[in-house]
Design a protein around this ligand. Structure first.
Ligand code: CA2
Length: 142
């Protein structure tokens, strides 16, 4: 089984700014924890980050036939990207939406996810745990 982890804009800054919201864990720390758990589950993972909407769209398109599931933290694009939503909807790869923070307990504009209706489900509010739960959910989908 292969799971593609995709991270959207600004997630490369994790651990360096706004620790009161996002904690002091870096994206590299998250990747290491996900890799460790994936190894135990014998799941192959690919872990990527991009600040560019089009690159995320391309990766979602390319996942068709190459990945069994996508765990997606679309960052700020969660709330406004019709292009990412269309890419998810046009493929047949199940997408699990994840967020570090509890988006429903934050500013009003973050409480709406434009991608949620085309995803299998949403996990939010558990920090690094959201990524591990995303992996768990992917395995459960199989
Ligand atoms: O909680 C999440 O995982 C988010 O997807 C994070 C996005 C935010 O726009 C979403 O509403 C919720 C922001 C990621 C930016 O991360 C930063 C980390 C450190 C410093 C600045 C930004």
């Amino acid at each position: 089984m292969k799971v593609l982890f995709l991270n959207g804009p600004n997630l490369n800054l994790l651990g360096t700014r706004q620790p009161e919201i996002y904690g002091d864990t870096t994206l590299a720390d998250i990747e290491a924890a996900v890799r460790k758990q994936a190894e135990e589950k014998k799941v192959e993972i690919d872990f990527r980050q991009s600040n560019m909407e089009g690159e995320l769209v391309t990766w979602i398109q390319e996942a068709v036939g190459t990945a069994d599931a996508i765990v997606l933290n679309a960052g700020g694009y969660t709330h406004n990207s019709v292009a990412i939503r269309d890419a998810i909807a046009s493929g047949n790869v199940p997408v699990i939406e994840i967020h570090l923070s509890h988006i429903h307990a934050r500013e009003e504009f973050r409480q709406h996810s434009i991608i949620a209706p085309v995803c299998k489900g949403q996990i939010c509010g558990f920090g690094l745990g959201s990524y591990l739960l995303g992996l768990e959910a992917s395995v459960t989908l199989k």
